[in-house]
Design a protein around this ligand. Sequence first.
Ligand code: KIV
Ligand code: ZN
Length: 515
Amino acid sequence: MVDRVLIFDTTLRDGEQSPGASMNIEEKLRIARQLERLKVDVIEAGFPIASAGDFESVKEVAHLVRDCCIAGLARARLEDIDRAWEALSQAADPRIHTFIATSPIHRRHKLGMDQDQVLEAAVAAVRHAVRYTSNVEWSAEDAGRTELDFLSRIVQAVIRAGAKTVNIPDTVGYTLPEEFGARIHYLMEHVDNIHQATISVHCHNDLGLAVANSLAAVAHGARQVECTINGLGERAGNAALEEVVMALRTRHDHPPFQSLETRIDTTEIIRTSKLVSAVTGFPVQPNKAIVGANAFAHESGIHQDGVLKEVTTYEIMTPESVGLATNRMVLGKHSGRHAFKDRLREMGYELDDQQLDRAFHRFKGLADMKQEMFDEDIRALVDDEVIREDDYYRLERLHVASGTQDTPMAAVAIQAGGESLLEATGSGVGPVDAVFQAIHKLIPEAATTRLNLYQVHAVTGGMDAQAVVTVRLEQGGRLIQGQGADYDTMVASARAFINALNKLAHRKNLPHKGV
Ligand code: KIV
Ligand code: ZN
């Protein structure tokens, strides 16, 4: 008998709580569509009462996605639950996810409530939610540090009140795998109605144990894992979806996992990882498991020799199984619009005519400069074009002069709202500084920010590789990321800076939010 482990993706909710990872509605919709392609079971689309932007994005995701359950988060408050339902009601399969903290430390210092008051609030929240839908999930925030007898008591009560999924989060990433597995085992043994609900886990990665803890929980009967793409999330992040899924698949021989499977189409993993990285501006570290650039690279001569003789000597999964196409040359400067469009379709992009025109124009420019064009080049270019589609400020022209004897100078022209062309020059200690100084003169939002991180990486090998630049800006304690790609690193830098400033301009009117 095969048992399903449900994959609950919270990239759009907990993932978005990573400092600097906030996304606008269009970006969330793009990710939601890709998560549907990846075949996650549940998409947690946001926290509707947190802000008007969150409400709208949950509503639009609920409207768009038909093949996944869509969850919206709500505290144990009636108004939160009402608002969540308002956002979710058009979903094909809506879920209200309500939570309250249960640990002594949270009860005392955060809620000022005792055990009975917390239990009463949790039961009232679930009872209210089941009036809207039978698909109700309840979470015990900081369950990892909650007394086991109280945890059992409250889990039993919320199941009796109608919760169909009960989530046991390790909110602060404190537990060890053996301990966390034992916690799930205890609940399985001591809660008499436990089999009337699916047990879920939600592990944070503060000690780097989120995936290990999630797997330990699955070994003891959890059948839903909450996770995020690239392990994004509050502080050190959540369990990485790609690691949980590939561990269950690759170690299918391991007794607790033998009869388990997920619904995930693993060949969509790399594409999803790249999209999330491009949208949030959070680069994936090269040695990151499953999705890092080096995850399938064999460097040492001994390893290369082994892989050439028999691939399983050093590879426990195939690159194809996660959707990693071997870098092959696909299109060149003589390729036409039609071939370009076909290739994009094969790569999973559906662009409208205008987007296609812009992407093709840039493709032609790149193909003139670059001898070999790989899938990775096309992906970087198209993602870059789509990312800045709704940007108010767009780079129109850039000229940079620098050298060993000269003060670096930059001349920048920016389109503002497609109406006026703004122009300025700047000088700096280096060419990037000169470009950013010029942009500072044109975009007022820049004055209130501080550059916190500047990073470049090459999309492929070769001297003519495209550069992807990531910048992180800080404004009053908030972090905003921006990304830009181009074969000219200065152009990519300008695009990244302008992209981050666009996000600031876009967010000016949205209230601050948080769980
Ligand atoms: O980490 C946590 O406890 C959460 C809950 C809201 C599920 O994110
Ligand atoms: Zn969390």
